[in-house]
Design a protein around this ligand. Sequence first.
Ligand SMILES: [Fe+2]
Ligand SMILES: [Fe+2]
Length: 480
Amino acid sequence: MNIAQVDYDGLIPNNVALGQDERVKRALEKWHPGYINWWNDMGPEGFQESLVYLRTAVSVDPKGWAKFDYVRMPDYRWGVLLAPALKGRKIPFGRHKGEDAWQEVPGEYRAMLRRLIVIQGDTEPASVEQQRYLGKTAPSLYDMRNLFQVNVEEGRHLWAMVYLLQKYFGTDGREEAEALLQRRSGDADTPRMLGAFNEQTPDWLSFFMFTFFTDRDGKMQLEALAQSGFDPLSRTCRFMLTEEAHHMFVGETGVTRIIQRTCEAMKEAGISDPNEIERVRKLGVIDLPTIQKKANLHFSLTLDLFGNEISTNAANAFHAGIKGRYREDRLKDDHQLEGGTYPVLRLIDGKIQHEDSPALSALNMRLRDDYVGDCNNGVGRWNKVIADLGIPFEMKLPHVAFHRQIGEFTKIKADVAGNRLSDADWTERRDEFLPSDADRDFIESLMQPQLEPGKFAGWIAPPKVGIDNKPGEFEYVKIA
Ligand SMILES: [Fe+2]
Ligand SMILES: [Fe+2]
């Protein structure tokens, strides 16, 4: 079989020759009904019968891998797709650097690999659960379709991780695959594994911020795992990254369109001061300071996903050749890091300052720094829209010490500029930095569905171009 083509004949589309792998095929077919039950229970509520104009991967060829068509979401062909193997691939980093990449799980790293795959896998269904009510308040059919596209692809990412568990981890893998269907985002007894994936995504501004910030963490993690010496994991993640690019697009353009609409409405009304919040809100758009507060919230929640700045687990995973750095293959150093150092932002004598730490222990910090750089590029593009419309306002990422639950800065309170605050000051000023109840109520009041083809809610600008080059009035979702 040509690896670039996907076999659609069986229950589970795949390019991993599942037809010749009876054991894994049977394991996945057994897992399938539980997955469909999960999707029906926890997937987009109220739209399971609707026809959605979705893309489905039909190939893993980077040029032209998807086809678009109307699909009922429960009938989506979730499949197992790996990027093509690179001939003669070597382990690119760590103590095994230069050895042949592993095609089977190395026994000594089995537990570590399984843990990383399970954690990645757990985030995928979690975000579907978090977003399940948003269809009901979609600002347009275009946006509703994008939400559902992200949702079905997160479902496919779960399949991607479950395939690795079922194929390479025997009984433990099967149990982990079951558990991935049992945990629930935000559930008090069986929550998802990571904090940010137990938060709510109550409105569309949150959804766009989530796809901008939290899916971008997903991208960073996938980039680091795509470097793995365990070749099946590397190939799986490489293909997931092609889908992830669309999730970034949805987040970035979603926030951009909200900002654009706000600035346009302000200009039309002759309001030049972005802090005239009540006047701006009367226009039926979201004021820029509130958008900033949502960014502060989602950025700080997402930073926690990178874990402790100094981490033995991260060092071990790198040393073992299991999880690399962001774009390891483009970095110019020895790829072993046994002697090097890396500057880590720490709390020392009560002050936030850099300290050189062993590079191996500082890998979470390094990935987070790369992430912050990537976020800043996106924020710069938002600011260009604001500047072009002549509004004196600049969106800014908050300081990394702001509002943290994990790592160095959990012990302190800080404002968005990184100045330390007493507990009392924090309590008093919290609503300056993070969405208040009143902010949330206002945003909620705008969340009225706009389901007429080609129409958009008043608080968001239409996109520049349609999906799959469809015209403006295209009916992206045929609501049943
Ligand atoms: Fe994903
Ligand atoms: Fe994603």
